[in-house]
Design a protein around this ligand. Structure first.
Ligand code: NOJ
Length: 595
């Protein structure tokens, strides 16, 4: 009798557990550990980055302008993208092409007027496009009125808007300054016998975020832009805004021990960083339906999630440099060496996983700081240029995180490969050239290295609209030479060709938009050790897509371990049929699996 009661009780408990679990599964609450993801428009968006200086010039001064962007809005819309990120268009003396801002609430003269800006924003919104602006607030220009005041005297009301070190305390402890031939991030200023901090060029003094007045100025400026109607900010080197302002000596041992030997990690994420970001969220971002992107200078896999954790109320998504930094030869300025695809896959998989729970990442291969993606990660030789570029486009539009696609990549533009230093325009490459010169290094080799490697001008040459002089970019002399290949590699020619890079990009944006699995789907890396093929699945709400990308110029075998026989091919950069076990050079296939 006793035994029967106990037995019945056990059966009852088991039944209750089974029923309540089925209920949970039916309600979608316990489906095989679905990651916590809230749907948002900016997660589903494809972002198109425009480098205004090089996009389209309408007044013949050789510099792109806002009217130029307006004239191309229908083209931009036709790409199937949702958001445009504009590099800085504010008042600037252009030491670093707009990343040195002298007036945050004005438009750079070369780019046009505030009326042009309003017309641009209106034209975008009318077409259902959103606009994201660049927010550069780690530093200003030395020509900003705050700095002009700050440097006047030690008791000037703007003194604490920047970081000063009085010379009587001796030389400040070393801090690196990018874009400087001597590599120093401090500059002596005679007027007040003090040094000021600049993590970049001396014309880009670092703002002091410890000063609440400065923070208020920035927040009110951001609110001003939001009230104008913009849809978000991409935040330049945002982890750098907070630093240890006692400026302690930092030894190599400390760097190695605490900061993975990386200066950028030390320079970033100082005390109060997340307090500042929470304050920014409360004072500005939380008031609008906007997106905020953190440029991840100095971020690590460990620190990245805190910036975008939905519960922390800071920013929305971040981007990292580990992928684009892969394969550079140590001790040389962005000299591209060999890299292993296995490492590439590991980096992108690890970063994907970092953001998979309650966070959000981005995916990019090109931007205004990078060489052209086809030259760096694909193959720009004539026989592979088109295919490899399409393969990389497939990668960007099928991975997790919001894709950031750089203007010109949709037509497969490649590196400028300048032969002379005189052809370059960028402050960074000049500083690095100077360094090699001072050290008595091989300048010829340096120029050669830039052709495949990092010089930023490679990705900044004017957009190639057509085959006419200057590629239809400008009637005047362009600020940076147009690539000679514009005679055959240009948007106009590609409009007419259904198999062009341009039309492939359009197909891929459509594919992403019609398959939420490519946005929210669980990512699983397959055939991990395969040295040539990057294969993965994206799985969401009962749909499973398989992506296979051959990163090599040879045929490559792929072992996904999946039965893809009855799969439907959604896209193939060769067109026609695809094999499920062998890929042609730079082949990119997307399939929907039968479940
Ligand atoms: C990152 C920007 O993308 C780059 O172009 C700029 O030079 C530095 N930050 C400094 O603002």
């Amino acid at each position: 009798m006793k035994f029967n009661v106990a037995k019945n009780t056990i059966i009852l408990i088991v039944l209750v557990i089974i029923t309540s679990n089925s209920l949970l599964i039916a309600q979608g609450k316990m489906v095989e550990k679905e990651p916590k993801i809230e749907k948002k428009w900016w997660k589903e968006a494809v972002v198109y980055q425009i480098y205004p200086r090089s996009f389209k010039d309408t007044d013949g001064d050789g510099v792109g302008d806002l009217k130029g962007i307006i004239s191309k809005l229908d083209y931009i819309k036709s790409l199937g993208i949702d958001v445009v990120w504009l590099n800085p268009i504010y008042g600037s003396p252009n030491a670093d092409n707009g990343y040195d801002i002298s007036d945050y609430q004005a438009i750079m003269k070369e780019f046009g007027t505030m009326e042009d800006f309003d017309a641009l924003l209106k034209g975008m919104h009318e077409r259902g496009l959103k606009l994201v602006m660049d927010l550069v607030v780690n530093h200003s220009s030395d020509e900003h009125k705050w700095f002009q005041e700050s440097r006047k005297s030690r008791d000037n009301p703007y003194r604490d808007y920047y970081h000063w070190w009085p010379a009587e305390k001796g030389k400040p402890a070393f801090r690196p300054g990018a874009f400087e031939a001597d590599g120093s991030g401090w500059r002596y200023d005679k007027q007040t016998d003090s040094y000021y901090l600049h993590y970049f060029n001396y014309k880009q003094p670092d703002l002091n975020w410890e000063n609440p007045k400065l923070r208020q100025e920035i927040f009110s400026m951001m609110n001003w832009w939001f009230k104008k109607g913009i849809d978000g900010f991409r935040m330049d080197v945002i982890p750098f805004i907070a630093k240890d302002t006692t400026f302690p000596v930092i030894t190599q041992e400390e760097l190695d021990k605490n900061y993975q030997g990386r200066w950028d990690v030390f320079m970033a994420s100082g005390p109060h960083l997340h307090d500042y970001l929470k304050e920014m969220n409360k004072e500005v971002l939380s008031k609008y339906d906007c997106m905020a992107l953190a440029e991840g200078a100095g971020m690590t896999l460990k620190s990245a999630h805190d910036f975008v954790d939905a519960d922390r109320k800071e920013l929305d998504m971040g981007y990292h440099f580990e992928g684009t930094n892969l394969g550079y030869v140590p001790g040389h300025f962005k000299k591209a060496g060999k890299y292993l695809l296995v490492d590439f896959k590991k980096i992108y998989s690890d970063w994907n996983d970092t953001y998979s729970e309650n966070g959000w990442g981005t995916i990019y291969l090109g931007n205004h700081d990078q060489p052209r993606m086809t030259s760096r990660w694909g193959n720009d030789a004539p026989e592979f240029r088109v295919l490899s570029s399409k393969m990389l486009t497939t990668f960007l539009l099928t991975m997790g995180g919001t894709p950031y696609y750089y203007n010109g990549d949709e037509i497969g533009m490649i590196n400028a490969k300048f032969d002379k230093i005189e052809d370059y325009r960028d402050i960074e490459v000049f500083a690095e050239y100077e360094k090699v010169k001072i050290a008595g290094g091989d300048l010829k080799q340096f120029i050669e290295d830039q052709k495949t490697g990092g010089a930023r001008d490679n990705g900044r040459t004017p957009f190639q609209w057509n085959a006419t002089q200057n590629g239809g970019f400008s009637t005047g002399e362009p600020w940076l030479k147009v690539n000679d290949n514009h005679t055959f590699l240009n948007a106009e020619a590609q409009e007419k060709d259904p198999n062009s890079n341009l039309n492939y990009f359009r197909k891929m944006t459509k594919l992403r938009k019609s398959n939420l699995a490519l946005v929210y789907g669980k990512y699983t890396l397959l055939d991990k050790e395969n040295p040539n093929v990057y294969a993965y699945t994206r799985e969401f709400e009962g749909k499973k897509l398989l992506v296979m990308l051959n990163f090599s110029s040879q045929k490559a075998v792929v072992k996904t371990g999946l039965n893809a026989k009855n799969a439907t091919v959604l896209s193939n950069n060769y067109g026609g049929k695809s094999s499920t076990t062998e890929l042609r050079p730079y082949e990119a296939v997307v399939m929907q699996l039968k479940l």
